[in-house]
Design a protein around this ligand. Structure first.
Ligand code: GLY
Length: 367
């Protein structure tokens, strides 16, 4: 089967990899860039970010697939991926935040999820870099992070080895013609034939809504900017992902620490701002005071694709046969990449609908 995927960020690349692994002929087209992916800190924390029961269920299903996803991708690519389930430490600096952590701990206990509640001193005994203002913490050992740049380069290498073709044409429209789905590009009219396929999957994140796909309706996705800092410590300053109310910090093995992220409704503006950098530096210093004295290696911004109900849109178009959506992953594209890619491959290649597809089907948004 020939499949064209529009969008080569983490979701599009993971789908390309999964389809290629199962024998599909894949073309990946992206004239925009990686969108949200290139500014993702790669936190894998469904117990923190699963704000609804549906998102929690999808996130846990995907976390469960992560070990085998990473080993397959890195074996097929012939290169390592930085991936560590080192645990998260969610910290509180106010009485209200302590109460929220206790509620979260009660929910974890009710589901028999391994966790530990700590007071401020116990949190600092575990992570001495934490500020004296931390007065409570919740440790969840099963969570962690993936180095998104290393995962993306491994996916790209694995996809190339599978023989996928890549195009940097900018997609303007998708239409059904002569038994195929045709992808139209503004800058390269000749590309349409090459990009036509038995199935087309829209995985273009925030840009998914700007592709015309009559008679199908474009997905209701809007950009939400996230700015991210990269700091450099002489050695890793802590051993968990630290998650506070205003920022999270991810410690890489080489001493880099990622600090994320702002949440800004500024349209398609992916610039880094002084206010965003200042907000993240202040929040990081409040959690880990030594951040003030280390090197600022860089700052970047990405546009997260948000949907009205903050759940992704995954599945078939109800009006255009052969058109599928895998978009709108908002804050969870990296976490949900394995479950999304397996659901889409099951559906497109075998017509199999997993039970979780009911949570994210496009027809709930009129698509
Ligand atoms: N998943 C974290 C974020 O989007 O900031």
């Amino acid at each position: 089967m020939k499949v064209t995927i529009v969008g080569a960020g983490i979701v599009g690349a993971a789908i390309a990899y999964e389809l290629g692994s199962r024998g599909a002929r894949v073309c990946l087209v992206d004239g925009v860039g990686q969108g949200a992916t290139q500014a993702s800190a790669g936190v894998l924390a469904p117990y923190i970010e699963g704000h609804s029961s549906s998102l929690l269920r999808l996130g846990l299903g995907s976390l469960h697939q992560y070990d085998s996803f990473i080993s397959r991708v890195s074996a097929d690519a012939g290169r390592p991926v930085e991936y560590r389930r080192l645990g998260t430490l969610q910290v509180a600096r106010t009485g209200d935040e302590v109460r929220q952590l206790k509620e979260a701990a009660a929910a974890l206990a009710a589901s028999s999820v391994s966790h530990a509640c700590l007071d401020g001193d116990a949190a600092r005994a575990l992570e001495p870099a934490l500020s004296g203002s931390v007065c409570g913490a919740l440790r969840v050992p099963d969570q962690g992070y993936v180095g998104v740049a290393s995962l993306m380069s491994a996916l790209q290498a694995a996809i190339a080895r599978q023989g996928a073709t890549l195009s940097t044409a900018r997609v303007t429209g998708i239409a059904r013609r002569g038994g195929e789905v045709t992808v139209e590009t503004g800058d390269d009219p000749g590309a349409a034939d090459a990009l036509s396929a038995d199935a087309v999957i829209v995985a273009a994140g925030s840009w998914s809504g700007s592709i015309s796909m009559s008679p199908a309706v474009s997905p209701p996705v809007r950009p939400v900017r996230g700015q991210l800092l990269q700091l450099r410590f002489p050695e890793p300053p802590f051993a968990h992902v630290i998650w506070g109310a205003a920022a999270y910090l991810v410690p890489w093995e080489d001493g880099s620490v990622l600090v994320g992220a702002t949440v800004e409704d500024v349209g398609f503006d992916a610039r880094v701002t002084v206010a965003g950098v200042r907000q993240l530096l202040d929040a990081a210093e409040a959690l880990v005071p030594t951040t003030a004295s280390v090197v600022l290696d860089g700052a970047r911004a990405g546009l997260r694709p948000a949907t009205p109900d903050q759940l992704p849109i995954i599945g078939p178009s109800s009006t255009m046969p052969g058109l599928y959506f895998a978009t709108g992953h908002y804050r969870s594209g990296v976490l949900l990449a394995p479950v999304t890619s397996s659901m889409v491959a099951d559906l497109v290649l075998d017509g199999r609908e997993s039970a979780d597809l009911a949570l994210v089907r496009p027809d709930r948004t009129g698509l």
